[in-house]
Design a binder for this molecule. Structure first.
Ligand code: TUI
Length: 303
C-alpha cells in the first residue's frame, strides 16, 4: 500500500488530532500498534508540545506526527518546533497552513493538511503538500460542511497526492468504503477515545460507549465555528442561546474551557464532549492494538 511505504507504517491509518487528549505517550502507543500516532497540539502551548514530542521519541522508534490546530495562539511557535524536532509528519486543522509549508518542506516533514473543501486541497498541493486529509462533517470537533461521501471523491479527483479519508470511519467496512471513494488511507478519532490507553477521563469514555447514532449535535454554526459534540445540557443550552441571537463573545464565554472540563474533570454534563457520528458503533473499551486489528481484519475480509 502506497501510504504505508511513504510513511513507514503497518496500517494505512492515521490517528486524528484529538486536541487536549492525544499526548506524546498516546501517540507512541498508536504508532507502536501499527498506525500513525499523532500528538494533538490543539490544547497545548509551544513548550508543552516540545515536551510531548520528546516523550514520544523516548517511547517509540516508529514514526509519529503532530497535529497543529491553526486557531491555537501558539501555532507560529509550534510550526517552528516541529521543524526543529524534525517530526515525521505534520497534520493541520481549522485553517490554512500555507505560510508554514516552506519551512516544513525544508525540514523534510511530510505535510498532510486536513481540509473540508476542494479549493484549499488544491491550493495546498500547489504549495507542496505531500497528502491531503479530506475530513467530512461526520467527524467530532471542528467540522466543515460536506460529508465524507461527497468530499473524498471530489478531493481525489482534484489532487495528485495521496488522500486520507476522515469522518465517519470506525470499522473495516467504512475503511473499505473510503478506499472505494479513492482514498488510500483513513483517519480515526472517535473509536480511539474508547481505548484503554486514551488519556481521557473515564466518564468521557463511558459517554462515548453509551452514545447512539443520533446523540451528537453541531454547536457554533452561527458563530462560524461548527463543532460536533455529544448532546448534553451544555450543548442544549448553547443551541438555545444561539437561536436567541446571543452574540459571539457571549457564546465563546460559554464554551471556554469546556473541552478540558470534559477531558480532564470528566464533567460530561457541562463540558464539551467532542465525538463523531460513529459514536453509536463504539460499544466497548479495548486496547488500541485490538481496535486497529479488528478494523484491519474486517477490511481484509471484505476487500
Ligand atoms: O480541526 C479539526 N478538528 C478539531 S480542532 C479542535 S480544537 C477546537 N476547540 C474548540 C473550538 C474549536 C476547535 C477540535 N476538533 N478538524 C480539521 C478541520 N479543519 N475541520 C475543518 C477544518 C478547516 C476549516 C476551514 C480547515 C480549513 C478551513 O479553511 C481555512 C481557509 O482559510 O480556507
Amino acid at each position: 500500500m502506497k501510504i504505508n511505504e511513504m510513511l513507514n507504517i503497518d496500517y494505512p491509518i492515521f490517528q486524528g488530532g484529538m486536541a487536549n487528549i492525544a499526548t506524546g505517550a498516546f501517540a507512541a502507543t498508536v504508532s507502536d500498534s501499527g498506525a500513525l500516532g499523532i500528538i494533538g497540539a490543539g490544547g497545548m502551548n509551544a513548550e508543552t508540545l516540545r515536551d510531548h514530542i520528546h516523550e514520544c521519541k523516548k517511547l517509540t522508534d516508529k514514526p509519529f506526527g503532530v497535529n497543529i490546530m491553526l486557531m491555537n495562539p501558539d501555532a507560529d511557535k509550534m510550526a517552528e518546533i516541529v521543524a526543529e524536532e524534525k517530526v515525521a509528519v505534520v497534520t493541520t486543522g481549522a485553517g490554512n497552513p500555507g505560510k508554514y509549508m516552506e519551512v516544513w518542506k525544508a525540514a523534510g516533514i511530510k505535510v498532510f493538511p486536513v481540509v473540508s473543501a476542494v479549493s484549499l486541497a488544491k491550493r495546498l498541493c500547489s504549495l507542496g503538500a505531500d497528502g491531503i486529509i479530506a475530513e467530512g462533517c461526520e467527524s467530532g470537533g471542528h467540522i466543515g460542511e460536506l460529508t465524507t461521501m461527497a468530499l473524498v471523491p471530489q478531493v481525489c479527483d482534484a489532487v495528485d497526492v495521496p488522500v486520507i479519508a476522515a469522518g465517519g470511519i470506525a470499522s473495516g467496512r467504512q475503511m473499505a468504503a473510503a478506499f472505494a471513494l479513492g482514498a488510500c488511507g483513513v483517519q480515526i478519532g472517535t473509536c480511539l477515545l474508547a481505548s484503554e490507553e486514551c488519556p481521557v477521563h473515564e466518564n468521557y469514555k463511558a459517554a462515548i460507549v453509551k452514545a447512539r447514532d443520533n446523540d451528537t449535535v453541531v454547536t457554533g454554526r452561527i458563530a462560524g465555528t461548527p463543532v460536533r459534540i455529544l448532546k448534553n445540557p451544555m450543548s442544549r443550552e448553547y443551541i438555545r442561546l444561539e437561536k436567541t441571537g446571543a452574540d459571539k463573545m457571549e457564546l465563546e464565554k460559554f464554551t471556554l474551557g469546556s473541552l478540558s472540563r470534559a477531558v480532564r474533570d470528566g464533567d460530561v454534563k457541562t463540558g464539551s464532549v467532542m465525538a463523531g457520528q460513529v459514536c453509536g458503533m463504539v460499544k466497548e473499551i479495548l486496547p488500541v492494538k485490538q481496535i486497529l486489528e479488528n478494523m484491519v481484519k474486517e477490511y481484509e475480509n471484505i476487500r
